[in-house]
Design a protein around this ligand. Structure first.
Ligand code: SIN
Length: 286
């Protein structure tokens, strides 16, 4: 098993996913360890840690070592910890994350990453898949890469959160209207340069990207439909089977994910902390 700095990491596929062993996240992590985890995240894009017996406060404290935390405008949270989203799905509240998406791209500074911790799992099922947007970009032809590099996508809060969706209804009308008013559609480059690795990444997602600026409706739809299908290639993907108290930490700038909805009528409860990132940009390779 290769060692990345002080960490023992087993790659789970060629391009994405690494199982980290020997780290107890209930303990304060020294700065060097946090730097190593950050380096491993850049390398593997999603890190998995098993058997992490941590409290919501310890989860939040760990996430905060990587940046300021986002408070979601709609999802319920832990009492007194507004930054800790609770995703509690069962037959009366089916998941809304069974669609490929990158978290919270409806804001100007979409998250750097998210950290998800399994609280209660169904007897079987409820896996999560992540796809590498670095590999998705690399697999495109140079002609397509160059065409996409000049474009901007519109990312719209209401695409994933229309008024009639359960998560919007559960939040209540006033909270929903306030959230919608605070989140007008934003523009992001279709190809973003990763701010730490410098690698180009495809940055449109089914969850929030509604159209390409400057294109006619049919052109925009055809291009987005192609890209939304392209990112689902198994070669770009790692699939994680959750075990109790396991935890996933993903780089949200260069991945998309999909929560498999195959476990109803059982219950699946997850806690998510979301780390804010910076404004996406595109810089042509020198
Ligand atoms: C999410 O989409 O952030 C949650 C994914 C999951 O519940 O597996």
């Amino acid at each position: 098993m290769p060692l990345t700095n002080s960490l023992k990491i087993t790659p789970l596929t060629t391009h994405i996913g690494g199982l980290v062993e020997g780290v107890d996240l209930s303990q304060p992590q020294p700065d060097e360890r946090v730097a190593d985890i950050r380096a491993a995240l850049l390398d593997r894009k999603v890190l998995f840690f098993e058997d992490q017996n941590i409290t919501p406060r310890q989860h939040i404290d760990f996430a905060a070592r990587f940046g300021a935390l986002h408070t979601h405008p709609l999802y319920p949270s832990i009492p007194d910890i507004p930054e800790m989203i609770v995703l509690d799905n069962h037959k009366d509240n089916p998941t809304d994350n069974d669609a490929w998406h990158t978290d919270v791209t409806f804001i100007e500074t979409p998250p750097l990453g998210s950290i998800l911790h399994a609280q209660q799992l169904p007897p079987v099922g409820g896996d999560t898949l992540w796809s590498s947007m670095t590999e998705a970009y690399k697999a495109l032809s140079p002609t397509m890469q160059s065409f996409l590099s000049g474009l901007q996508g519109v990312h719209d809060f209401t695409r994933s959160f229309p008024q009639d969706r359960l998560v919007a209804q559960n939040a209540g009308r006033d909270k929903y209207e306030e959230a919608r008013a605070k989140h007008p559609p934003v523009l992001h480059p279709v190809i973003r340069t990763h701010p730490e690795t410098g690698e180009p990444c495809l940055f449109v997602n089914y969850g929030y990207t509604t159209r390409i600026k400057g294109m006619r409706g049919a052109e925009s739809k055809a291009l987005l439909d192609f890209l939304f299908a392209h990112i689902q290639k198994p070669e770009f993907i790692v699939r994680w089977r959750w075990s109790p108290k396991s935890l996933a930490f993903w780089d949200n700038r260069c991945t998309q994910h999909y929560a498999v909805n195959d476990y109803m009528p059982h219950r699946r409860v997850m806690h998510r902390a979301t780390i804010l990132g910076d404004k996406p940009f595109f810089r042509a390779a020198a």
